[in-house]
Design a protein around this ligand. Sequence first.
Ligand SMILES: Cc1ncc(COP(=O)(O)O)c(C=O)c1O
Length: 416
Amino acid sequence: MPEITPALLDEIRARFAHVDACPFQGPRVFFENAGGALTLNSVVDTSSKFAAIPDNQGRDNPAAHALVAVIDKAKADMAKFMNASSGQFFCGESGTELLFRMIRTACVNAPKGSKVIGSSIEHPASRSAARRWAEIAGLDYVNVQHDDANGTVDVAAYEALLTPDVAVATILHTSPVTGMGVDVEGIAAAIRRVAPEAVIIVDGIQHAAHGRIDIASYGIDGYAISPYKVFSRHGFGIGWISDRFSTMPHDQLIGAADTVWEFGTRDTGAYATMSDVVDYFDWLGGEVSDATDRRARIVAAGAAIHAHEKRLTDAMIHGTGNLKGLKDMDRVTLIGGVENPAREGLVSIVVDGVPSPDVVTYLNDRGIRTHTRKADHYSGNVLDPLGYADAIRVSLCHYNSEHEVAHFLAALDDMP
Ligand SMILES: Cc1ncc(COP(=O)(O)O)c(C=O)c1O
């Protein structure tokens, strides 16, 4: 099993900006990765380099040729990173915008009276798009209720509601509220068995930082990520679409090639940072395995990331050293249960008798950054059925350490 050793963890942390101190607050433990992961130093350098270049792509001059080559390389790198053997990558405004665009396109091309299926576990980015565009396009929306107890949705729940007239399906890869992953491959296969032609769109935004994306194995048509949640930066989203989805009628300039999905001039520097992200996974895979092939190293990195994050969430839940874990703190309830194999680097808790914003403030005052999820339009789908007004989200990444977990547990256990 590939492993992140303490020495390797030091090397990993050296590659990220603001690892243990916030420029606004000072020293802090960063457990707000689901709100935006740390940024690679290489991404910071690349961004500033390209920000200074005035040239546009698509001209016949050396700068334009170089910019196009950078974008082509980034697309090839992302294909390795996400194991996409066909289809295409493109940039948009954000992950949300790309999900809307993909879902809108699938809905307006669906036969009148057909169905859109999705799950209550999804982030409102895909939920809102699917409900809105189903209505506009005259389609029925079918809701697959997630399981409140384990914080995820399974194949059987989709299977129970699948019919041959499903034309569009949405799947969340990992929940940013419960932290639980979803069996995308299994659900997509179940959809294809009943509705082979359905356009299947996946929200991979919360999953991406945890590695292990394998588009070729999923049998899907669309996948969206937000680069700032996978060690790049804010300001853009990345979408992947299958070949058949690429040519489906969509918003574009009249006369442009029918596969073009991008809106206007792209930020070459944004694309270039995705090559930095893939280079990082490649480097990490080389540190934790003997693999020589780039994709094999990326896979090894994903396995090491998952193992390290599981070690950290286990320490958080069960305790570390002589510190009590969350499951043994009297006032604390874990959302999604104690033993949950679907967990991906995130623990959401409720502290009995203390409003979550007060817990988050208390932790912030002790240099530990977490986040309140309120039962609002972002998280109400998960928190309302559980009867919680809010919860505290503690979200980790593979660059976090057991020492940081210990700091958090000690502070929480001390809370008056
Ligand atoms: C699963 C999921 N989908 C969609 C979004 C929205 O992403 P963005 O704000 O980057 O568009 C988020 C953000 O937290 C998310 O976690």
